[in-house]
Ligand binder design. Structure first.
Ligand code: NI
Ligand code: MN
Length: 235
């Protein structure tokens, strides 16, 4: 599938760098510094315009404050998470909630449900971070991507298909903290994407799910395994 000017880079775990056709740089779940899967040359972020955050766990937002302040990037997230990021120094925030859509740097961002938790580790405390979510990103060229964040499968994924029909889905498959390939295969039935990009696997030994298992369980979709640091203009 041609991404029509979008450049998509997986940085390991749930972190994606997406350059829009207009040249804006999006980071979904900015975790680079401590991310064992992130290539060394990607750890020093050179340009960031928008940080799209699915929830407050460290393996998703650990670098949001640093990148957000250094590059004056706009943090998109659920209300409570954005407020926390602002308190920590991120000046540009674009808070929202589930079912809402806002356009940031030319991308229509819809916040959708996820089944997961969302406490934020703040020093030695865990503070309330709102709820975990996923996103449907619709780019100016019409390409739509669903980034599920951390989640179990849930039946309302059928609503995501009906309302937004994203052809590309980034789904967690690692097991333990999210879906395993078994649940992700069911998610494929509900979402009916053309292409699934597996994520949130292999980062730590306990994240045991593998793309090959998902492909076996969901032969109707194309499971596209990206390599960390690899940039794709088509999938
Ligand atoms: Ni999480
Ligand atoms: Mn996670």
């Amino acid at each position: 599938m041609d991404l029509k000017g979008i450049k998509l880079t997986w940085l390991g775990h749930a972190t994606f760098r997406i350059e829009t056709p207009e040249g804006s740089m999006f980071y979904v779940d900015p975790w680079v510094g401590g991310n064992p899967m992130c290539p060394e040359n990607e750890k020093n972020v050179k340009k960031a315009d928008v940080l799209v955050c699915t929830h407050g766990h460290g393996d998703h937002i650990a670098d949001a404050v640093e990148i957000g302040t250094k590059h004056n990037a706009t943090a998109v997230g659920i209300f409570e998470l954005c407020t926390w990021l602002q308190k920590k120094g991120v000046k540009q925030i674009a808070p929202m909630n589930k079912g809402g859509t806002q356009t940031v740097a030319g991308v229509k961002i819809t916040m959708v449900h996820a089944v997961h938790s969302c406490g934020i580790q703040d020093g030695d405390e865990i503070v309330y971070g709102g709820e975990a979510c996923g996103y449907v990103l619709e780019f100016s060229n019409g390409v739509k991507m669903y980034h599920a964040g951390d989640t179990n499968v849930f039946s309302d994924m059928a609503i995501i298909r009906d309302l937004y029909a994203p052809k590309i889905a980034m789904l967690p498959i690692g097991d333990h903290f999210t879906m395993s390939p078994r649940e992700a295969a069911y998610a494929c039935k509900l979402l009916q994407p053309e292409i699934v990009i597996p994520m949130h696997f292999g980062t730590f030994p306990m994240l045991t799910g593998r793309p090959s298992e998902l492909q076996q369980l969901a032969p109707q979709v194309k499971v596209f395994e990206m390599k960390p640091g690899q940039t794709m203009a088509s999938l």
